[in-house]
Structure formats: structure tokens, C-alpha cells
Design a protein around this ligand. Structure first.
Ligand code: MN
Length: 199
């Protein structure tokens, strides 16, 4: 059974960038909801119950179509939100020199990377995510996905992601998604993203 990961901060800790009500609903209702539906889907598949979240996502194409869809949406939702909540902090840390060097190699500068990420997040049509992704050689790219899909494959791993579903920002930002993206960048913990890059 998958369980809702505890946050490392309080629901109001990211104010004024992310409001407490949005955090509470997003974590205790939306994220919990993906976990509940994932657990329910696995209930009738005893042979899959001990698989890790990552293995479920990597192997979903071999599952029957109903389970495949449930894993895509709900294991995806669990994985994506776990990453998203983990890389925000009321006391964001600095980027490592290793990540800084890789960003400069792949994007020219941190500003260029942030701009590309911002534009990807702003241009997701409907509900989805924007990501910074590391491939098997450590090379970085900005990608976007719809719904609860993510870029995780055997050869690439997302190290940073922003949820641009309206439930992530509508209470405070309404239709102003770009303002929400800017606020996310203010609480983004580059130290944690660096840890994800180096792990
Ligand atoms: Mn969400």
C-alpha cells in the first residue's frame, strides 16, 4: 500500500508564494486521491503489490490496459506530486557547482534554462507539467507532459517539475499562471534539485 509522504514544511510555510489553502487541498486531497486510486487499482493485482512506484511506471506497458491506464494516471500522479512537493522549501538552498556546470553546458546559462522552463510551463495546454530532465549521460533538457504523464523512462529521470494543473494555483492566481510559475521559482530548492541531479 502506498502512503502519502509527509511534507517537510507546514501548509502555510510557502506563503505568500503558495497559499496555505491550496497546499492543504493539493496535498491532503489531490495527492492523497492519486494514492487511494493507485492502491485500489493494485488491490486486484496481488503480483504487483510489492513493486516500487518507479518500477510500476517503467513497466506499465506490459500490464493489461485497465491497470496500465490506472498506473499512468495515479502512479504518475503520486510520483509527480512527491517530486513537486519535495523540491519546494520555505528556505531554498543553493545550486551545486555540478548542476551549475551541466546547466551551463546544456543551456548556456542558468537564466536561459529558467526561461526555457518558464516558457514550457506557461505553454502547457490544459492540465500538465513542465520538467527539467536528466538523461543517462547526465545531459539536461526541458520537457512538458499532459495530465499526470511524466518523462520517466529507463534512460531519463525528471529532477525538477512544476504542476500547472489549475488545482495547483487557481485559488490564489486564477487565470494568471505565469504569476504562479514565478512564485514557484521563489520557493524552488535548488539544493534539492542538485541532490536529484547527482543521485
Ligand atoms: Mn497537482
Amino acid at each position: 500500500m502506498f502512503e502519502l509522504p509527509k511534507l517537510k514544511y507546514e501548509y502555510n510555510s510557502l506563503e505568500p508564494f503558495v497559499d496555505a489553502k491550496t497546499m492543504e487541498i493539493h496535498h491532503s486531497k489531490h495527492h492523497q486521491g492519486y494514492i487511494n486510486k493507485l492502491n485500489a487499482a493494485l488491490d486486484s493485482h496481488a503480483d504487483k503489490k510489492d513493486m516500487s512506484l518507479k518500477d510500476l511506471l517503467l513497466q506499465k506497458d506490459s500490464f493489461d490496459s485497465q491497470l496500465q491506464k490506472a498506473v499512468q494516471n495515479h502512479a504518475g500522479g503520486h510520483y509527480n506530486h512527491s517530486l513537486f512537493f519535495d523540491i519546494m522549501s520555505p528556505t531554498p538552498g543553493a545550486m551545486s557547482t555540478e548542476l551549475q556546470s551541466q546547466i551551463e553546458a546544456d543551456f548556456g546559462s542558468k537564466d536561459n534554462m529558467v526561461e526555457e522552463f518558464f516558457n514550457a510551463a506557461a505553454s502547457v495546454f490544459g492540465s500538465g507539467w513542465a520538467w527539467l530532465v536528466k538523461d543517462a549521460n547526465g545531459k539536461l533538457s526541458v520537457q512538458k507532459t499532459v495530465n499526470q504523464d511524466n518523462p520517466l523512462t529507463a534512460s531519463q529521470t525528471p529532477i525538477m517539475g512544476i504542476d500547472v494543473w489549475e488545482h495547483a494555483y487557481y485559488l490564489k492566481y486564477q487565470n494568471k499562471r505565469p504569476d504562479y510559475i514565478k512564485s514557484f521559482m521563489s520557493v524552488l530548492d535548488w539544493q534539492k534539485v542538485s541532490d536529484n541531479f547527482q543521485s
